[in-house]
Design a protein around this ligand. Structure first.
Ligand SMILES: [Zn+2]
Length: 169
């Protein structure tokens, strides 16, 4: 799924718990992509300007991506890594780090929204993963359905939780 939608879904998960948790949820929701593709985009501004100018289309080709993008993508998109982090933080903090739910949601959303040909979700990494050949999130009807769902969910959240969020923020 695209990074903006990931952030909005992660934020929605924690919206009822106030502004700080909302922002943390949104950031953690985006983190798996920011820590992999984000690093590539920040270090390759030329690619973004060519993409925005329409000189190239689609996502960065696999051949131009440096190896760290693949390593980081494996680590940040693995349910195994997520589980280890969750258990570790649980024992350190003496309570479950529920905010990591936004990271978990990111992985779960990516599994069915990536085709096997471009960054299928390595959800069992470092173990062999039976990749899912999903519907690419850039498919127009999926983008429309996803943002419509986000719009409906945020309308509902604003309506039911605006007072609580305002007080707790
Ligand atoms: Zn992702």
């Amino acid at each position: 799924m695209d990074v903006v939608a990931h952030g909005l879904w992660g934020g929605a998960l924690f919206y009822p718990q106030g502004r700080k948790k909302f922002i943390a949820g949104a950031l953690l929701g985006m983190a798996p992509d920011l820590l992999s593709f984000g690093v590539f985009h920040v270090t390759h501004p030329g690619w973004i300007s060519m993409r925005l100018a329409g000189e190239i289309s689609g996502p960065p080709g696999l051949s131009i991506l440096p190896p760290y993008v693949f390593y980081a993508y494996n680590i940040t998109h693995s349910l195994i890594v997520w589980s280890v982090a969750f258990l570790l933080l649980s024992s350190i903090m003496k309570k479950p780090p529920w905010l990591l739910g936004a990271w978990l949601l990111h992985i779960l959303c990516d599994i069915p929204t990536h085709a096997a040909s471009y960054f299928p979700t390595p959800f069992l990494w470092p173990f062999p993963t039976p990749f899912v050949d999903g519907i690419p999130w850039s498919t127009p009807w999926f983008l429309a359905a996803n943002y419509t769902a986000l719009f409906v969910v945020y309308c509902w959240l604003f309506f039911y939780f605006r007072t609580e969020a305002g007080i707790r923020a």
